[in-house]
Design a protein around this ligand. Structure first.
Ligand code: C2E
Ligand code: CA
Ligand code: CA
Ligand code: CA
Length: 277
C-alpha cells in the first residue's frame, strides 16, 4: 500500500485497511467536499439499437478532489460504503441528477431520463424511498425521468425488496446493474419489478469479431425479452459487438464505441454530432 502523508488517507490502498484515524480524516474530507460541492456527475449516453437515437444517460459520479484531482468512483465508492458516507453522497448524486433533468427540460422543452447508481447501503435506509420522492416532487419532476440502477446484492434484503416495490409503484424505473457477474441470475427477477437489465461489460467483452455467438449474452436477451424486460448492453467498445447485439435482439447499448461519459456541458454538441453520423 502507498504510504500516505501526514493527516492523509490512502485512496490507493487496495486492501481497504483503513485505520480509525484514517477513517476519521476521510470522513472529514468527504464532508468538506460535499459542502464545497466537489462531487460532480459525468453522463454516458444510452442508445436505442432500433432507432440509433440517444434515449437517456447514466450518471457516473466523480470527485474533484482539491489535491488529488479528478477521482473515479472505484477510488472512493468502496470507502464511502465502508464509512457509511455513501448515504449522503448518494443523496447528493440524486440531487445533481434531478437538477440536470430539470435543466434539460427548461433548455430543450423535453428531458431524457437519467439513470443513477444506488448502493445497497442506500437502499437499506428506511427513509430512502420517501427522500427520493420528496426530492422529485420538490423539483416538480415526473418520476419516470429517474431510473435507479441497483445490483443483485441489494435484492437479498427483504426491506430493500419492499423499497424497490414502492419506488416502482411511484413510477420510478428500476434497472438491474452488472447482470451476469453474480450468482442469482434470473431467480431474483421474479421477486423484483425491474424494467431493465444491464448485461455486465465483462460478458460484452467476450463478443469478438469471430463467430463466437456468446451463448450467455444471447440467452440472457431471450429470457429477458420473454419477461418483458428491456436489455441494456454495457461496455460496448466495437462496431462488431454492436452489430452482434442488435442481431441478438438487445434493445439498448452503452459504451465507449457510442460515447464516453462526459460533463453535462458537452451533451448538446455530442448529440448534434451523433445524429449527423
Ligand atoms: P457501472 O455502474 O458498471 O458503470 C459503468 C462503468 O463502466 C463506468 O465506470 C463507465 O465509465 C465504464 N464504461 C462505460 N463504457 C465503457 C466501455 O466501453 N469500456 C470500458 N472499459 N468501460 C466502460 P466508472 O464511471 O469508473 O464507474 C465505476 C463504477 O462505480 C460503476 O460501475 C458503479 O458501480 C460505481 N458508481 C459510479 N457512480 C456511482 C454513484 O453515483 N453511486 C454509486 N453508489 N456507485 C457509483
Ligand atoms: Ca451502473
Ligand atoms: Ca458493470
Ligand atoms: Ca456497478
Amino acid at each position: 500500500a502507498k504510504k500516505a502523508g501526514r493527516g492523509q488517507y490512502r485512496f490507493f490502498d487496495q486492501s481497504l485497511n483503513v485505520t480509525d484515524v484514517e477513517e476519521f480524516h476521510l470522513e472529514q474530507a468527504f464532508t468538506e467536499s460535499l459542502r464545497n460541492r466537489d462531487f460532480l456527475l459525468h453522463y454516458q449516453p444510452q442508445v436505442c439499437l432500433d432507432s440509433m437515437e440517444v434515449i437517456g444517460y447514466e450518471a457516473l459520479v466523480r470527485w474533484q478532489h482539491p489535491s488529488f484531482g479528478l477521482l473515479y468512483p472505484d477510488k472512493f465508492i468502496p470507502l464511502s460504503e465502508k464509512t457509511g458516507f455513501v448515504v449522503k453522497l448518494g443523496m447528493e448524486v440524486l440531487r445533481l441528477a434531478c437538477v440536470q433533468i430539470s435543466e434539460w427540460q427548461q433548455m430543450l422543452g423535453v428531458s431524457k431520463p437519467i439513470a443513477v447508481n444506488v448502493s445497497p447501503i442506500q437502499l437499506s435506509q428506511p427513509d430512502f424511498c420517501a427522500n427520493v420522492l420528496t426530492m422529485l416532487s420538490d423539483m416538480g419532476l415526473n418520476p419516470d425521468l429517474l431510473e435507479l440502477e441497483i445490483t443483485e446484492t441489494a435484492m437479498l434484503e427483504s426491506r430493500a425488496v419492499e423499497t424497490l416495490h414502492r419506488l416502482k409503484q411511484a413510477g420510478i424505473r428500476l434497472s438491474l446493474d452488472d447482470f451476469g457477474t453474480g450468482y442469482a441470475g434470473f431467480a431474483h427477477l421474479e421477486a423484483v419489478p425491474v424494467d431493465k437489465l444491464k448485461i455486465d461489460r465483462s460478458l460484452i467483452n467476450r463478443i469478438s469479431n469471430s463467430h463466437d455467438d456468446s451463448p450467455i449474452v444471447s440467452s440472457t436477451i431471450i429470457l429477458a425479452r420473454r419477461m418483458a424486460i428491456q436489455v441494456v448492453a454495457e461496455g460496448v467498445e466495437t462496431h462488431d459487438q454492436l452489430v452482434h447485439l442488435k442481431v441478438a435482439g438487445c434493445h439498448i447499448a452503452q459504451g465507449y464505441f457510442l460515447g464516453r461519459p462526459m460533463p453535462a456541458e458537452k451533451i448538446l454538441d455530442f448529440e448534434r454530432a451523433f445524429t449527423e453520423k
